[in-house]
Design a protein around this ligand. Structure first.
Ligand SMILES: [Zn+2]
Ligand SMILES: [Zn+2]
Length: 250
């Protein structure tokens, strides 16, 4: 996007009244009343795929036997309630200021992930196809990654490009998703040198559903000699139910 286009986009965003994605109250994208419903991932998660576990265990039902190119995957929030509303609003309405607010909400878990990894050399993102970038006006994963890197004082570079346009992932089954993302990414030619010089790379995306997209991106980075890890704003947590007020009364 040209700097003029970026500026125009920012101006439109500025005049758009912010409304809570959950209750519609004016002021912020997630109001103070709805924010506490954001559910952080529990402390006990699979060391490999980041799935919430009821108790620490060596085998994880979600990633057992699966080929995953990333060394670990962490997320800020369970993909449910407000987190789901933020991700889908950002994806389909392309709001720059919303991606910025999401970065603010994910900042602490992001910094904790970086600390747990003993630091990372570079932050990158899952790229959208250039056509889609154009049609939506911006790329929320890149914006989220760039802002998180900025907040944590880490370098950001867009290392990957899409080789072909994949169908939208939403609404596809697991096998279809895998086929959709296979061979969909490659290293940006201009970034080959940079990728060769870094070791630990944190790949940022808005949501982890089956992990296939992050696996495909990580395969490319691993092939380039990096050790990829994944971080997402939200994560699908099939076997995990968010604690509710009713649990305390049982
Ligand atoms: Zn609200
Ligand atoms: Zn796992």
């Amino acid at each position: 996007m040209t700097s003029l286009g970026r500026l125009a986009d920012g101006v439109v965003d500025l005049f758009l009244p912010k409304r809570c994605v959950c209750c519609g109250r004016a002021g912020r994208w997630l109001c103070e009343t709805c924010a506490p419903a954001l559910a952080p991932l529990p402390d006990t998660v699979c060391g490999r795929c980041g799935a919430p576990l009821a108790r620490p265990r060596p085998d994880c039902r979600e990633c057992r036997g699966r080929d995953l190119a990333f060394a670990s995957a962490r997320a800020a929030y369970v993909y449910d309630g407000p987190a789901r509303r933020l991700v889908t609003t950002c994806k389909f309405r392309a709001l720059r200021s919303l991606a910025g607010e999401m970065a603010g909400l994910a900042r602490l878990p992001f910094e904790q992930t970086v600390a747990d990894l003993g630091g990372v050399d570079l932050v990158t993102c899952v790229p959208v196809h250039p056509d889609r970038d154009l049609e939506r006006g911006f790329d929320q994963a890149a914006l989220l990654a760039r802002r998180l890197a900025e907040l944590a004082g880490l370098p950001f570079a867009s290392l990957l490009v899409r080789t072909r346009r994949g169908r939208r992932q939403s609404g596809l089954g697991a096998a279809e998703r895998a086929a959709n993302v296979r061979a969909a990414f490659r290293l940006d030619d201009r970034m080959a040198d940079k990728a060769g010089r870094v070791s630990t790379v944190l790949v940022v995306d808005d949501v982890y559903t089956t992990g296939e997209t992050l696996h495909a991106c990580s395969s490319v980075l691993r092939h380039a000699g990096c050790e990829p890890h994944a971080f997402t704003f939200a994560r699908a947590a099939r076997a995990f139910r968010c604690p509710t007020a009713a649990d305390g009364r049982e």
